[in-house]
Design a protein around this ligand. Structure first.
Ligand code: ATP
Length: 304
């Protein structure tokens, strides 16, 4: 059967550990990070068509225009890269249904890029081997290989070198997006200003990896670590207040997700997460989500 339409679902990520070193000569910061894929997803649907078209649907709570629909969309770049790699002509009608907060430190764009690689590989009948998919993903962005892999993984290099790690938990998170995003480069620039003597080698993730292997939520709460939290909170002091509020309301721990401004709160159970999400919902945070992790990376959910 020839596939003419299919949908691939790709998850948001949070960084359970984000150790950042001093910038390398190529300008990238070396990272030691532990990613976890959590159950907040963008869905990307592709249909066979002679030309190339890309549309984006946003939920009501996202401001219009935050996601580019033309060549600046990472999906457009992913399609061009895959087509060029195989020497085929890019074709198809693509629709992205966003649910991952944009510019929120949850790698929503990277999720869409990974979904596009998986979907178009299948639509175009390319059968790209996994190692080539990961290499193409790394060319698109540091977080894109993890969006393919999913689960819980250690990321090194600039985050693009990923390997799965032992994770014995099912963890519950409350996710609080901000109405206005923070640009990842600006948070890294502020990190450089605040920490001009940052070590070349990022802080290792040993304590965090032990907590995951034990499956103990309190140990995980203690071990969560984000070197970008201080610059993100310095740029947006209200994030610090939100974290204090979440912890006072019973979260085991609150932390900025990646470069922020989304904050995530570790909870002891699904019920705990739902109750905390209700507590944190207010006019400044009208959308508060509960999500579990780890979940699968970009995967096919339907085809015809
Ligand atoms: P990261 O943590 O990987 O830096 P992020 O979660 O902070 O990413 P994204 O949601 O990936 O940020 O978006 C960053 C910027 O990329 C947006 O401001 C937007 O203009 C642009 N962009 C391009 N394509 C997409 C896409 N498909 N979805 C979301 N943003 C996109």
């Amino acid at each position: 059967m020839v596939t003419t339409e299919l949908t691939v679902r790709a998850p948001a990520k949070i960084n359970l550990h984000l150790g950042v070193g001093a910038p390398r000569p190529d300008g990238f910061h070396p990272l030691v990070t532990v990613y976890q894929a959590v159950g907040l997803y963008d869905d990307l649907t592709v249909r066979a068509a002679p030309g190339w078209a890309l549309g984006v649907d946003l939920p009501d709570w996202m401001p219009a225009g935050v996601v580019p629909t033309g060549g600046a969309n990472i999906v457009d770049r992913a399609a061009a890269l895959l087509a060029e790699h195989h020497g085929v002509v890019r074709s198809g009608e693509v629709h992205v249904a966003k649910a991952i907060p944009v510019a929120g430190g949850m790698a929503g764009g990277s999720a869409d890029a990974a979904a596009a690689l998986v979907a178009l590989d299948r639509l175009w009948g390319l059968h790209t081997p996994d190692d080539e998919m990961l290499a193409l993903a790394a060319q698109l962005g540091s977080d894109v290989p993890f969006a393919l892999l999913g689960g819980t993984a250690l990321g090194t290099g600039r985050g693009e070198l990923v390997e799965p790690v032992t994770d014995r938990g099912t963890w519950w998170w409350v996710v609080v997006p901000a109405e206005t995003g923070l640009s990842t480069p600006s948070v890294y620039r502020h990190f450089d200003e605040m920490f001009p003597d940052a070590p070349a080698e990022p802080v290792p993730a040993d304590a965090l990896l032990r907590a995951l292997a034990e499956g103990d939520p309190w140990a995980l709460a203690d071990a969560l670590h984000n070197d970008l939290e201080a610059p993100a909170v310095d740029l947006r002091p209200e994030l610090g207040e939100l974290i204090e509020r979440g912890e006072a309301a019973g979260a085991l721990r609150g932390i900025v997700s990646g470069s922020g401004p989304t904050c995530v709160f570790l909870c002891g159970s699904a019920d705990h997460a739902r109750a905390l999400a209700a507590d944190l919902t207010d006019p400044a945070h009208p959308v508060v989500l509960a999500a579990n992790g780890p979940v699968a990376g970009a995967h096919l959910v339907s085809y015809a």
